[in-house]
Design a protein around this ligand. Sequence first.
Ligand code: ADP
Ligand code: MG
Length: 252
Amino acid sequence: MARVIAVANQKGGVGKTTTAVNLGACLASLGKRVLLIDIDPQGNTTSGIGINKADVRYDIYDVIINEVNAVEAILPTEVPNLNILPATIQLAGAEIELVPTMSREVRLRQALQPIKSQYDYMLIDCPPSLGLLTVNSLTASDSVLIPIQCEYYALEGLSQLLNTIRMVQKHLNTHLEIEGVLLTMLDARTNLGLQVIEEVKKYFREKVYTTVIPRNVRLGEAPSHGQSIIQYDPRSRGAEVYLELAKEVVGA
Ligand code: ADP
Ligand code: MG
């Protein structure tokens, strides 16, 4: 049965998509069967792993709103063992369309249930909000991986995310846990990053991954080539650290 992990933080630009794509590709390179699930209307995971949105017949919107079978929407990627359930801009309407629908918080969980046995990991790339798409993701997940950018306001807004997680635990998904907290985009040239690491560790303790993701130019470039870092530049520091993270996730 797949372990379903939501990559969530309502702040934009903290490394959610970069982590979903590259952790997914690295887990796949370790021989795990991985499904990436893009539930952000921006569809950056979809394009970042090389899917041309014009070629997408069914996307996650069709799965959660129109009840299209997830199997029909899933596409292979160029990375062996790595599939994707894509998102396109039509998902932008879902947040509002879900409001009056039946079982609106559990749509994604219901859609994934029949295919969980086909994967070892499912990674859900959440949008930068705490709306119904993120709630669907948390409800469908075993755990949540929280990327935190090593910057001055790193912890700001986290209490809202933690409140949402608690709300989901209480009402929708009692076994949801925190998978881990990932520090991202560390700039080794400044002391600020190191201060942020200390602060985050005080708060989340052993939940913080040993692996810290540095700023790495190659990680920033890879999406525009539609490739994960292990395809784009397997010798880069970015590839090394995401592989390290994948090993940590598998070991946990
Ligand atoms: P989110 O999904 O949380 O909005 P992204 O993963 O899209 O964040 O990252 C925001 C931007 O920063 C993107 O342009 C991405 O390519 C870039 N980026 C993310 N992580 C790194 C990193 N470790 N080093 C350099 N650039 C990064
Ligand atoms: Mg994103």
